[in-house]
Design a protein. Structure first.
Length: 184
């Protein structure tokens, strides 16, 4: 959190350990607005630490809402002040919330979408195990690779150890396991 910029409700911001006025001037003397910015920052930081300890992901767009992943491509969204909770799968969060307005809040649905955007579905090759051989489409070309082990467990390497690529590289657009063969 220390690397990021925090902006208070009054426009004052903290960055790199300094307090700045809304016009960007560093503030060196005691001032009520600067103090309020520091208090807000402290509250924000405490909430972020508490959320992390409880496994919560807090919405940026709707900070009164948090989400907890269920591990099976679904999420629970909570309106914290009202203590209301909704459940969404990735599929039904993508649907129109008005289609089931009676049971879901439009805001909760948008928070679920925000959560799923921040937690994209893992690609099959990201779950590759050591010893498996895959054909990956990498920058439009198919390459045959095996999953690396040890300190380099995040890498695929070509079978002749000539080339390696990260499992989460943006250049991978498709992949299929070829060994051991996938059973039907």
């Amino acid at each position: 959190m220390s690397d990021t910029r925090f902006t208070s409700t009054k426009g004052w911001y903290l960055e790199g350990g300094c307090v700045y006025s809304p016009d960007g001037e560093a503030w060196l003397e005691a001032d009520t607005l600067a103090a309020v910015a520091l208090i807000e920052y402290g509250a924000h930081k405490a909430q972020a630490e508490r959320d992390a300890a409880l496994g919560r992901w807090r919405s940026v767009e709707h900070p009164d809402y948090f989400a907890v992943g269920e591990g099976d491509d679904s999420v629970r969204v909570c309106d914290e002040p009202m203590l209301r909770v909704w459940g969404f799968s990735r599929k039904n969060a993508a649907e129109d919330p008005n289609a089931y307005w009676a049971i879901n809040s439009e805001v909760a649905c948008s928070v679920a979408r925000e959560y799923f955007a921040a937690h994209p579905e893992p690609k099959p090759w990201e779950q590759a195990e050591w010893g498996e051989v895959w054909v990956l489409t990498y920058h439009g070309e198919e390459i045959v690779v095996g999953r690396q082990v040890g300190d380099l467990a995040h890498l695929f390497v070509t079978l002749d150890d000539d080339f390696s690529i990260s499992v989460i590289h943006d250049g991978i657009t498709a992949g299929r396991r070829i060994w051991p063969e996938v059973s039907a």
